[in-house]
Design a protein around this ligand. Sequence first.
Ligand SMILES: [Mg+2]
Length: 167
Amino acid sequence: MNYYIPNYITKNIFELDYEKLLHSGIKGILIDIDNTLVPMHTIHPTKQSIDWAIRMEKLGLMVCILSNAKHIRADLFKKELGVKGVGMAFKPMKKGYVKAMEILQLQVSECVMIGDQLLTDIKGGNKVGMMTILCEVLDKKEHWFVRLKRVIEKIIVGSLLEKVKRI
Ligand SMILES: [Mg+2]
């Protein structure tokens, strides 16, 4: 299996069909922060992301932030959104994903990883055998380092992404 190919692609986390996820047995969401939950460099959760967290709770979906950002940033989002979280996750290493599943007390088949980067979010999720959803970036003005990663992503996956179903 190609670890860089997500199960689904979505425009953003706000328009995703969560009923569909619930029907497929998903109970927990592992979520990236930057360019997934909020645009890059957003210090506090946006109103949109707070509303999203409330909606997830109402739907009965548990949320755990899984971020490579420093603990201080992950903890702030965790607190202000009222969700669980793992900072300095070192995605795509498996360790953070395993920790998140332990926190949520869920099995791998009950979790989905949602993020904007193939090399970290998606690769790690696929490595642990979890459902993965790639979302388009919220902020197109990315850091040069992230833009470089996009070029690498393109080289790795080529046209394979075009075949991935949208959700
Ligand atoms: Mg990101």
